[in-house]
Each structure stands twice: as C-alpha cells, then as structure tokens.
Design a protein around this ligand. Structure first.
Ligand SMILES: [Zn+2]
Length: 205
C-alpha cells in the first residue's frame, strides 16, 4: 500500500509523488494546477509594512483553498494596529485560515470566527498557550523543530497537522518523528492526518 503524506503548510510549490501539499504563495503569484497541490495566499505579517493592493488577493480567491499566512507578529512587520486591520480584512473571506503568530495568541484568538477552520502553523509549544489554542477549536501544526519541544499528551490527534514550512526536509521525516513521539504506527498517523486535512481545508461547514 502506498502512503500519502499531507503537508499542511509549505512554501515549496514543486509537486512530489505521494504528497498532498498546501502551498503558500504570495498574492498575485501563479498557481498552476497539479494533482495534490492546493494553494493558500495572504499578506504575511512580516510584509504588512509594505503597500498592498487587496485586488491582487481578491482576484485569485477562486484558485485558493485557504487564506494565509495571516496573523500577527509582535516582533516584525507593521505596528500591531496596522497588522490587526489587515488580519481582519483576511477574516472577511470566510475561508480556512493559516495563522502566523508571534506573541499575539490572545489578540488572534478573540478575533477568530466561530465555527473556526484554522491552522496555527508552527504552533506554540508552551503547554498553557497550546491548550488555549486547541480549546478554541483550532488545528495545530508542527515541523521537525517544534516536535522536539512538544508534550504530545496536550495535542489530540484529530487536531494535529504536520508541515515542512520553508525547511528543505521531506515531509515523511516529520511524520516519522511524530509517529515516534505519539507512539503510533505511521499508517495510523497518515490516515488521521488525511481526515484532518480534509476537515480543515476541503469540507464545507
Ligand atoms: Zn510559512
């Protein structure tokens, strides 16, 4: 049996056999059709200080499955009130969200829609913060680095995503590490994450 690995957030647009990807592209970037490739786009918090034409994002919406990265970053980008304005514009599309968060968990949480279809990419591993995010109904996604610092008992498997982000490692290595951490067979993990990917990105509420 061949396995399919689901990469919940990546910046690498290359199709890979056996991998289904949510590829993050810049607003206005090309989004060629490929089996196993879905696209997300938005104004990354780091780029909120630059001028942005919302029409660029608006016109590519039919080709997008999710909005993001969007969110708030206390250390980089425009001053926080500016970032909040842009984040709130992104919420209006009522699509699944891919959240970038640096030290703004509370500010993001109380703005999220309900019901929520949100992936916190490279989610915080601090237990109290992680618990709040999961309690709010979000899915939390981790790469290899975060898995090293994570207490797996906090994360229910039906709320887990795995990702490569902008790291040059194969997604199956991240799955291997996660399977060891949760102490489950890799086939159980791939089956569960297929369900999670579908519920998060492909189902309609
Ligand atoms: Zn990213």
């Amino acid at each position: 049996m061949t396995r399919t690995f689901y990469d919940f957030h990546t910046h690498n647009p290359e199709p890979v056999s056996g991998v289904v990807k949510m590829v993050n592209i810049e607003p206005g970037a090309p989004s060629p059709k490929h089996d196993g490739i879905f696209y997300s786009s938005g104004v990354h918090p780091w780029r909120t200080a630059a001028a942005f034409n919302p029409a660029l994002l608006q016109e590519m919406l039919p080709r997008l499955t999710a909005i993001g990265e969007t969110g708030l970053d206390r250390l980089r980008g425009a001053p926080l009130p500016e970032q909040i304005k842009i984040f709130e514009q992104h919420l209006k599309y009522q699509m699944p969200l891919i959240i970038h968060n640096v030290r703004c968990t509370a500010e993001i949480l109380h703005r999220l829609p309900n019901p929520v279809r949100t992936l916190w990419h490279r989610a915080p591993t601090k237990p109290s913060t992680l618990q709040q995010i999961i309690a709010a109904g979000s899915t939390v996604s981790f790469g290899q680095n975060e898995l090293r610092h994570l207490d797996p008992t906090i994360v229910p498997l039906n709320r887990l995503g795995l990702e490569t982000d902008d790291f040059d490692i194969p997604i199956d290595k991240v799955y291997q590490d996660a399977a060891e951490l949760w102490r489950i067979p890799i086939d159980q993990l791939t089956r569960q994450l297929q369900i999670n990917f579908t519920n998060l990105y492909l189902s309609t509420l």
